[in-house]
Design a protein around this ligand. Structure first.
Ligand code: GUN
Ligand code: FE
Length: 451
């Protein structure tokens, strides 16, 4: 069984089906109504492939293949702080927890430990693509790119740019050095993955309060020159919005600050978008910029509730972000669940139609995310010509769950009478990494759960 989003409103369930993936990781055929025997004896020879020379994965009854999750906003460098935020809100959270941790990763031994672990952890939760923020440190940021390539995770790697209003121990010394360091990371990634087939740089001005006007102008120009994507934060917290208005009095809004510096375009990923005005949302739509919705983070550090239905109705492409460690969890399945719950909080504030369905939140975690990072032709669903970025999901049946600890199939009990829609719903609300049995990126097996 293969399950993926057909549209925002619809999941497609392909039962008794087979996908054929070539050595480059491309899906070359998908056959419906076929059993293992037909797949091996009729369809393989048609492709000119020999049975003994291919790897065959057969899902057990009740298991299903699902597209790999896409995390459109995650701070690799903050992983050790996941869950540690106390009662802080954005600006004091940055100073108390975040900047000291990020600064400490200029120690490459520590960076190696943290980055290896965060990649393995997110892969184990089914994240096949991540748009990462690293730190200001070039060698450590380059190391994150090396590790994504060797461990097999598709990734966008952002060297954090911040030359203003940051502590002395953690700040770019000038706009010029910030730009030069960004270019150094771009060159490094181009040297290890010249076509950006798996790992790509992403231009990363941290957010307007930590960037000078000169720095933002130069990063906007760099985007024009290179065509690379951009990621940043916007309108996450009310005090942050106020701070931006004070720091940039000549600009009509927070969104205009980015737009006036050449940072708002179709390749821009804007995280949070909690407190935007209608005028700002219309400008984002006009520029075709994309949004990363980070519901777990917005609740944890009490930033607010993003109005996702409103943003969707404006026609803006939206994906999900863990925003770890503003968000406490490395899991996009958790972000899917929190997107559902936050939309219900918005509904309780007045408007029933803001509730997101399970189909909609899963779309945001897969196809929506693919559009946000510009890879919708390749990933986010299953189709001929797309790449095999997938996870095999197993939900424990009551019969195979052994409460003596032999088999730990996670927190979902399937009694056997549930419809497929009900099984997926049970996975969204009670599933976790114990249900993520195998994970592939570009055809390569990158995680396997050992029972
Ligand atoms: N705004 C600026 N930096 C950050 C960060 O690291 N996390 C979040 N959530 N917001 C930010
Ligand atoms: Fe963030």
């Amino acid at each position: 069984t293969f399950i993926h989003s057909k549209s925002l409103e619809e999941l497609e369930y392909l039962h008794n089906s087979a996908a054929f993936v070539d050595e480059k990781g491309a899906i070359v055929a998908i056959e419906l109504d076929c059993d293992q025997k037909k797949a091996e004896e009729v369809l393989l020879p048609k492709l000119g492939w020999k049975k003994g020379e291919v790897t065959v994965n057969v899902a057990k009854p009740g298991q299903f293949y699902f597209p790999g999750f896409i995390d459109t906003h995650i701070h690799a460098s903050q992983y050790p702080n996941a869950g540690i935020f106390g009662k802080s809100t954005l600006l004091d959270w940055l100073n108390t927890y975040t900047f000291p941790m990020e600064a400490s990763l200029s120690n490459l031994t520590k960076a190696n430990l943290v980055y290896s672990r965060v990649i393995q952890r997110t892969l184990s939760h089914g994240t096949t693509t991540a748009s990462y923020y690293a730190t200001i440190d070039v060698p450590a940021t380059n190391l994150l790119a090396d590790l994504c390539l060797s461990l097999g995770q598709r990734a966008f790697i952002g060297r954090c740019c911040m030359d203003t209003l940051s502590p002395d121990f953690y700040r770019d010394v000038s706009a010029a050095s910030s730009l030069a360091d960004t270019k150094a990371t771009i060159s490094h990634i181009a040297s290890i993955d010249p076509t950006y087939a798996l790992v790509s740089p992403i231009i990363t001005p941290r957010f307007a309060p930590s960037c000078s006007s000169e720095l933002m102008h130069s990063l906007g120009a760099l985007q024009k020159e290179t065509g690379l994507p951009i990621q940043t934060h916007i309108s996450e917290n009310k005090n942050e919005v106020k701070l931006v208005a004070e720091m940039f009095p000549d600009h009509a809004s927070y969104t205009h600050v980015y737009d006036n510096h050449g940072l708002l375009g179709p390749k821009t990923i804007l995280a949070h978008c909690v407190h935007l005005t209608e005028e700002e949302v219309d400008l984002i739509k006009l520029r075709e910029a994309k949004i990363s919705h980070c519901p777990a983070s917005n609740s944890a550090i009490t930033s607010g509730t993003a109005k996702v239905r409103w943003l969707l109705e404006k026609g803006i492409e939206i994906g999900l972000g863990t925003d770890m460690s503003g968000g406490y969890s490395p899991s996009i399945l958790e972000a899917v669940r929190q997107a559902s719950l936050v939309s219900r909080h918005v509904a309780m504030e007045g408007d029933e139609k803001t509730k997101l369905s399970m189909e909609e939140v899963l779309y945001l975690g897969t196809r929506g995310g693919a559009k946000v990072i510009g890879l919708e032709e390749k990933i986010g669903g299953f189709g001929v010509g797309m790449e095999w970025d997938a996870q095999l999901i197993g939900l424990g049946s009551v019969e195979e769950n052994d409460f003596n600890g032999q088999l730990d199939m996670g927190a979902v009990d399937i009694f056997g009478w549930e419809s497929w829609e009900e099984r997926v719903a049970k996975w969204i609300y009670n599933g976790d990494d114990r249900n993520t049995l195998s994970v592939w990126v570009k055809g390569r097996l990158v995680h396997e759960r050992k029972l």
